[in-house]
Design a binder for this molecule. Structure first.
Ligand SMILES: Cc1cc2nc3c(=O)[nH]c(=O)nc-3n(C[C@H](O)[C@H](O)[C@H](O)COP(=O)(O)O)c2cc1C
Length: 335
């Protein structure tokens, strides 16, 4: 039985719910083609960073470190050449224009920043270069001991409003889960103009090199267990916010995609699994997902979307505290 696997994200009609999130794989035409050929529904280009826009000749050292810090030995990964990754506004627009002209799937441009300023107007330039939508990644590590949670939340909301004001295409906001009241922040971001939320950004967490006694940049790829966080929040937010939901982090298999759709995601995004297994992995994930729905005689994925969200689930407390208690009490160990 054929299942209709089409979905809508940010008002865009997508062939299926699997999107390649920002990564070195979306930074080059050859891997973009491979992703498209394997069946990905849309791509998010790597982020253009606030610092790159504000300082023309910004050294991209840290970004190279970011990419080269993934240890291929540890993952047996498909790690593409990092040279040329995130090299500044001009290259970015070139890539965006090429991707738009040569791919037939939607291309989402990504802006990454945290402070108020003129850089947000760059979203308009991305729109003019053909972006189908903008993803704003607000990446902030709140280290200022004088800055309150409310100050930080306000800076997020202001950024979303500034970018929204600059553009006429849809805006997604990629956020972290680290807010005291995540649900309320999501509502406020939608009110400020977000057409979609990407749940969640994975924060870069440095390690320490004990030989060299230095901070070691180290990107750890996700594993399927990282799915639990977006799974829970997708389920909680489904039906409560008037915006698309993209679930991101830990999507490695078709079953991961199924779970997130049942929880209420409009699309799922993946990076680590593609870095690990290569762009053709998209086809495997889609096959697994479609088989799951087909074997259970769904006519469309829309039919299952949100059926296990908190609002629809038979046991809504499953996503909250009660289940936490239950899971601790029923945990069994052989020791
Ligand atoms: C090497 C690498 C580069 C990345 N570059 C970006 C980026 O430029 N902008 C961004 O928003 N996210 C970036 N990400 C984060 C991914 O888009 C994604 O949100 C994250 O890896 C979680 O998804 P996953 O569990 O499928 O990997 C990057 C991740 C990796 C591993």
């Amino acid at each position: 039985m054929t299942v209709d696997i089409t979905t809508k994200y940010l008002g865009l009609d997508l062939a299926n719910p699997l999107v390649a999130s920002s990564s070195p794989l979306t930074s080059k035409m050859d891997t973009l083609f491979q992703l498209e050929e394997a069946g990905v529904a849309a791509v998010v280009l790597p982020s253009l960073f606030e610092e790159q826009i504000e300082h023309d000749a910004w050294a991209v050292y840290d970004l190279y470190e970011y990419g080269s810090a993934i240890s291929p030995e540890a993952f047996g990964s498909y790690i593409p050449e990092m040279e040329g990754y995130n090299t500044g506004p001009e290259h970015y627009l070139e890539l965006l224009e090429k991707a738009k002209n040569r791919l037939s799937i939607p291309v989402i441009a990504s802006l990454n920043g945290m402070s108020p300023g003129g850089w947000t107007a760059y979203a308009k330039t991305m729109e003019e270069a053909g972006a189908d939508a903008i993803e704003l990644n607000v990446y902030r590590v709140a280290t200022d001991i004088n800055m309150t949670g409310s100050d930080i939340e306000k800076s997020y909301i202001d950024l979303v409003s500034d970018v929204k004001e600059a553009i006429n295409i849809p805006l997604a906001v990629k956020i972290s889960p680290y807010f005291s009241s995540l649900a309320s922040m999501c509502r406020r971001m939608v009110e400020a103009g977000a057409d979609g939320l990407v749940l969640f950004n994975r924060f870069y967490q440095p390690d320490i090199n004990l030989e060299e006694l230095k901070v070691k940049p180290d990107v750890v790829l996700s594993s399927p267990v990282n799915l639990r966080l977006p799974l829970r929040w997708t389920a909680i937010l489904r039906g409560r916010i008037d915006a698309s939901i993209a679930a991101s982090s830990g999507v490695h298999t078709g079953e991961d995609v199924v779970k997130l759709i049942l929880a209420g995601a409009d699309v799922t995004m993946t990076t680590s699994a593609l870095l690990k297994y290569g762009p053709t992995h998209v086809a495997t994930v889609l096959f697994e997902m479609e088989s799951w729905f087909s074997e259970r005689e769904y006519q469309s994925i829309e039919q299952g979307k949100g059926s296990l969200s908190q609002a629809s689930a038979a046991d809504p407390e499953g996503f909250e505290r009660t289940n936490y208690m239950r899971s601790l009490v029923t945990y069994s160990s052989r020791y």
